[in-house]
Design a protein around this ligand. Sequence first.
Ligand SMILES: [Zn+2]
Length: 129
Amino acid sequence: MPDAFPTFRQRRFPQVHSQPPSERFRGSARDRGYDARWDRISKSHRRKNPFCVLCEQQGLATLADDVDHIVPLEDGGLRYDPLNRWSICRRHHNTTKRWLERYARKHGMLDQLVGWCRDPDTRPPRCPR
Ligand SMILES: [Zn+2]
């Protein structure tokens, strides 16, 4: 007699294929301490600040993809400090912001990062827009 209820098995993919390469390297958001509290804060921040700050600086209104720590946690930025977060689109997160972080670390200028994020005119030359 056939089963009354067919069994649907969820397809499972190896972990290595379920995350982009950067996530594989640095661990999941949960692994990095992004907890339920952060989820609430992030959601609330984006509700109040829905647009990418870097796009706004160029006169564009682009919905933000993420709430980013202006000073990265690994560089001493505070996870829950309201002044250490901004809404940002994925493109800017992966270009301008990443470039600024690398530049600041390389040149020992992490104390300049907040200013660079707020004021494009203060950024180092060759910083991608
Ligand atoms: Zn943007």
